[in-house]
Design a protein around this ligand. Structure first.
Ligand code: BG6
Length: 475
């Protein structure tokens, strides 16, 4: 990440009154401004179908920063940031009124809008005649299946070339996800064991305690496979399973990631469990059923949980199952990768009560409690030979000082610099959709689970033989 300010350009946020702008984009832009990582010259132009002026936008940004920023509001820093903020109310798809507010030759347009608005806005950029100097950041979900993703790619490329398209997957902005590359390719100790010879399975979990959080109507159209599996889980899978790139250049890395996604075998429907939460208790709070959430149909069959068993058919991974799961309203919030190593060839201690020996595991905690732990067996002190599962633990909080930048800070900063490393390339997004297209077309029925549990009972079947390694049992 360059610590130089990016080239001069305007930043246009379409959907500036929305949830994403409020929670993530405005706080991220403020923090970049505070750290002098925004372009030296350039406005931040918000637009949305609301009747705001500049001052209302600035007040909204202040409140967004005060509520959601990782840093508190510094009055002087906010005043400097606010000077850049302008607002243009727009209700239709004609974006030409924006042009009189441009201050620079170049601009980056962030489409922080629902997916149905992507296509009209892309063609509006073309029609307005501003495409030549425009880059586009586009939020997920990018399409809803392979065909629609291809179509959206074609629409984008009819307006701007791939070099000026930045498809967001905010998981790539997370430090712990980026660290997968450094961990794998900066340490020789794990290199030799990162293969089917030593690894028996790989588990990747993205568990949330939140429900649909007021997004019921939108979520009804999406579900967990489109919302998390096809993007966040597949990106973590790609970084975990990819071959070493020939350099640390964006294209070299993306070339290797796409190979992993292309190597996913068609998924056997027997190896997919879809679930939906019913009422329950998450932590100490009671939660309503998904079907009772605002905007959700009372007989909805949208999945809020998915567990899948995949095969990555490559020289390195053939025969190693990749177990992916995600869900809302689960017992704990926890995103992690668990590498489970093969058992020792001979259980020497069988006679002394150690049948329950756990396999060695490497656990990458993406969030919360970010860190990495290696679990192995140690002799419990005492006259008997009794093995116990113990952990060597690296913890971000104690090893590194200060709060790391938020994912969106890093991603906005890189896009402003034109750096594509942490963005999804056209072929990656299509390979991701291609892998789940079969199960989206013929989804298995949903099974119900109580909010606050670990998902439907049948999810255990996906992990068998063996079991999911959940946060509760691990460091
Ligand atoms: C988003 C999904 O991409 O990621 C949300 O649309 C989900 O449904 C969110 O809640 C989770 O992000 P994080 O960073 O909290 O793990």
């Amino acid at each position: 990440m360059s610590l130089e300010p990016p080239p001069d350009q305007d930043i246009v946020v379409v959907g500036a009154s929305g949830d994403l702008a409020q929670r993530k984009l405005l706080p991220a832009l403020y923090n970049l401004s505070r750290e002098k990582l925004l372009p030296t010259r350039g406005a931040v132009i918000g637009t949305a179908p609301v009747d705001w002026g500049d001052q209302q936008f600035r007040d909204h940004a202040h409140q967004a920063v005060a509520t959601f920023s990782r840093t508190s509001v510094d009055d002087a820093a906010f005043a400097t940031f606010a000077e850049r903020l302008h607002f243009v109310p727009l209700s239709g798809d004609d974006i030409t009124p924006l042009q009189q507010h441009f201050t620079q030759q170049r601009r980056i347009v962030y489409l922080a809008v629902p997916p149905s608005a992507f296509s009209p806005l892309i063609s509006a950029i073309g029609t307005a005649g501003i495409a030549d100097d425009t880059s586009i950041i586009i939020e997920k979900p990018f399409g809803r299946d392979l065909d629609s993703a291809r179509q959206l790619n074609a629409e984008l490329h009819s307006v701007v070339p791939e070099e000026r398209v930045f498809r967001i997957d905010h998981y790539l902005g997370k430090e712990t996800v980026q660290n997968l590359l450094v961990f794998r390719f900066g340490n020789s100790v794990f290199d030799r064991v990162w293969t089917r010879d030593a690894i028996s399975r790989v588990e990747i979990t993205v568990a949330e305690t939140l429900g649909v959080d007021g997004r019921g109507r939108l979520y009804e159209e999406i579900g967990a496979i489109r919302d998390i599996v096809q993007n966040h889980l597949f990106q973590v899978l790609a970084l975990t399973a990819m071959e070493p790139p020939i350099s640390f250049e964006p294209e070299a890395i993306r070339n290797e990631k796409v190979k992993v996604l292309r190597a996913i075998r068609p998924i056997d429907p027997e190896h997919v469990v879809r679930g939906q939460y019913t009422a329950g208790t998450v932590g100490k709070e009671s939660a309503v059923a998904y079907r009772s959430e605002p905007g959700v149909s009372p007989d909805s069959t949208t999945e809020t949980f998915a567990a899948l068993r995949l095969q990555v058919e490559s020289w390195r991974w053939t025969g190693v199952p990749f177990l992916l799961r995600t869900g809302k309203r689960l017992k704990v919030r926890d995103s992690r990768v668990v590498i489970v190593f093969r058992d020792v060839p001979l259980h020497l201690f069988r006679e002394v009560g150690v049948e329950a020996m756990e396999s060695n595991r490497l656990v990458v905690r993406i969030q919360p409690d970010e860190g990495i732990a290696l679990s192995f067996s140690a002799k419990q002190p005492g006259p008997d030979v009794t093995a116990q599962d113990v952990h060597m633990n690296f913890n971000y909080g104690s090893s590194f000082r200060g709060s790391p930048p938020e994912a969106y800070e890093r991603l906005l900063h890189d896009a402003l610099h034109g750096d594509h490393m942490l963005f999804i390339r056209e072929d990656e997004v299509e390979a991701g959709w291609s892998a789940v297209d079969g199960i989206l077309k013929e989804p298995p029925p949903v099974e119900f689970y109580a909010a606050g549990s670990w998902g439907p009972k049948d999810a255990a079947r996906i992990a068998a033989p063996g079991h999911w390694h959940a946060a509760e049992n691990e460091v």
